[in-house]
Design a protein around this ligand. Structure first.
Ligand SMILES: CC(C)(COP(=O)(O)OP(=O)(O)OC[C@H]1O[C@@H](n2cnc3c(N)ncnc32)[C@H](O)[C@@H]1OP(=O)(O)O)[C@@H](O)C(=O)NCCC(=O)NCCS
Length: 256
């Protein structure tokens, strides 16, 4: 469990935004010219976005950053970054920041929070689909180009789009009962636990690239059939599997 000495709040001061930029650099290891700059952090809350900080005393140990968007006339939030300092991971803080972000978004009238995530990141996929109740049914090929972040293993930045329908039955059931509603999986897409090691070493990076390409084709084929990622399994050795099925709810801004 996370220490209750960690306080979450919306950031409003320049020094708070500066701490976010510093933590961003620490977490992703981006080159300076790829960082989201201070000016954008300070702008976001003024235009309907969010900068939420998790503080242990004076130290920032996590943050979420989102900017407003619209689709077919509907306002929504795009969450561009979620970060937790390495020393504080896997104790529920990332989820806690997202739940704070959800409450704040609902209070400002939003129904939808979206973000993109790397489908090769087993932990993030599990957090998004199983612990938060997001769904994914869109796939963007090499969204940001190849970046300088070692986390991304110098692979094309393929991304799934997580849609977090904040007051959907799926999310509300998960938050109240601890599990999302069940569904019938029709397609399974696998990510081996070794992917992290393969991405980290130049000599094995080709193996990671092959998994990415294979899975890309499987996601695109399944999404073209109207399937969504609705579940995620982890096995005892850390392998991950996306479970895709038909989502029974009709939340969408695509054609409304
Ligand atoms: C993604 C991130 C914010 C998560 O923060 P966190 O505080 O560690 O997250 P939480 O502890 O709330 O939840 C992580 C969940 O994944 C689980 N998990 C941890 N390691 C895992 C692994 N290797 N495989 C699968 N699941 C894993 C945890 O057990 C936890 O689940 P639980 O609540 O059922 O125990 C953090 O890892 C991070 O900053 N990563 C680098 C930046 C990044 O990738 N950001 C997201 C994209 S913008």
């Amino acid at each position: 469990m996370i220490a209750d000495t960690i306080a979450l709040r919306n950031c409003t001061e320049l020094e708070e935004f500066r701490a976010c930029v510093t933590l961003q650099k620490e977490v992703w290891g981006f080159a300076d010219n790829e960082l989201v700059p201070l000016r954008i952090f300070s702008l976001a809350p003024k235009i309907g976005g969010q900068v939420i900080g998790a503080w242990e005393g004076e130290a920032l140990i996590g943050f979420a950053f989102s900017i407003p968007g619209t689709r077919n006339g509907h306002p929504y939030l795009h969450s561009h970054m979620l970060a937790v300092r390495e020393s504080h991971r896997n104790s529920g803080l990332g989820r806690r920041i997202k739940l704070f972000q959800r409450e704040d978004a609902i209070a400002h009238g939003y129904e939808l929070l979206e973000w993109t995530f790397d489908p090769l990141e087993i932990k993030n996929a599990y957090l998004n689909l199983e612990r938060l109740g997001a769904i994914a049914r869109r796939y963007n090929i090499n969204q940001y180009g190849i970046t300088s972040s070692p986390l991304q293993g110098f692979l094309p930045t393929d991304r799934l789009v997580a849609e977090w329908w904040l007051t959907s039955k799926r999310v509300e059931t998960l938050l109240s009962a601890g599990e999302h509603p069940s569904f019938m999986p029709e397609v399974r897409i696998e990510v081996p636990a070794a992917i992290y090691a393969w991405k980290a070493q130049p000599e094995s990076r080709q193996k990671a690239a092959e998994v990415q390409l294979r899975n890309r084709e499987q996601f695109l084929a399944a999404f073209s059939r109207g399937l969504s990622c609705l579940g995620y399994e982890r096995d005892a050795t850390g392998n991950g599997t996306f479970l895709l099925g038909h989502w029974e709810e009709d939340w969408s801004y695509a054609s409304k």
